[in-house]
Design a protein around this ligand. Structure first.
Ligand SMILES: [Fe+2]
Length: 268
């Protein structure tokens, strides 16, 4: 990865006193939020945030929010349980050496250069999840890909960033289907944990990570779409406005992550 432009390059990043964050305003649409200073992970970091997390402190930028979408979560849970009990290994994506699966594709991303509209292709597995099909049929935007993601007990998706947000070309929507209460996503200086059945999205151009320090798997439906006014209209306006300022701050955060000497450490 290369150094990002547009950020506050060369300027030292402040280190934040976590205890000062408790008075910060909470984003609209958040159902459950804890600031990192309330979390035991901050103890491991000597009470300070990692450098890229400080970039959004006091910025007022909304980093994530729930969406005005109403999936049938009861049917999804039931259909997923049946799918999980029956799907063969060849239809599951596995990474690592322990053989545990990480994803089930319901819509495959188009091969680069083979599609002009970038719409994904439904897989046969989508037919086993009719509640997902019905939910997606209500979208007035292009669906690029869709899959069921599994994070194993104790799993960590390390810090990284993506080119996905409502103000960018592509966005990622997340629908928790089966989530242990201990599982959480770190994005910028915030920690989020949306409940099952609540569709949410975030500005994932900011470094983020996901951990599941529980003994249960975390199952989330991930939907990648092309951003348009329809999906932006399902979210608070604040999540997609200030595109230039978002680019500047996310560039600074990405640079801080790329240049951090401890980036290869186990928990990053
Ligand atoms: Fe990501």
């Amino acid at each position: 990865m290369t150094r990002q432009t547009g950020g506050r390059q060369g300027q030292p990043l402040p280190v934040c006193d976590l205890r000062s964050l408790s008075a910060m305003p909470q984003p609209v649409g958040l159902l459950r939020l804890k600031l990192i200073g309330d979390d035991q992970r901050s103890t491991r970091r000597n009470g300070t945030m990692l450098p890229w997390q400080t970039c959004t402190i006091g910025s007022g930028l909304m980093l994530h929010a729930s969406l005005e979408l109403t999936p049938d979560i009861t049917a999804m849970r039931s259909e997923f349980a049946a799918l999980d009990a029956s799907l063969s290994a060849e239809h599951r994506t596995c990474f690592g050496g322990d053989g545990s699966w990480t994803a089930i594709s319901l819509m495959d991303r188009s091969a680069p250069g083979r599609s002009t509209d970038r719409g994904g292709s439904p897989t046969p597995t989508l037919n086993t999840m009719p509640s997902v099909r019905t939910f997606l049929e209500g979208f007035d935007c292009t669906i690029v890909a869709c899959h069921i993601s599994r994070q194993a007990p104790g799993g960590t998706l390390k810090w990284h960033y993506d080119n996905q947000a409502l103000h960018l070309t592509e966005a990622r929507l997340l629908l928790p289907i089966q989530v242990p209460p201990e599982a959480r996503t770190y994005i910028g200086h915030e920690i989020v944990a949306y409940p099952e059945g609540v569709v949410w999205t975030g500005d994932f151009s900011f470094p983020h990570m996901v951990e599941n320090p529980s003994s249960h798997q975390r199952i989330v439906l991930l939907i990648d779409i092309l951003s348009n006014d329809w999906i932006r209209g399902r979210a608070p306006t604040a999540l997609s406005e200030n595109a230039h300022r978002r680019a500047a701050l996310s560039g600074a955060a990405q640079n801080a992550w790329l240049e951090w000497p401890g980036r290869q450490a186990a928990y990053t």
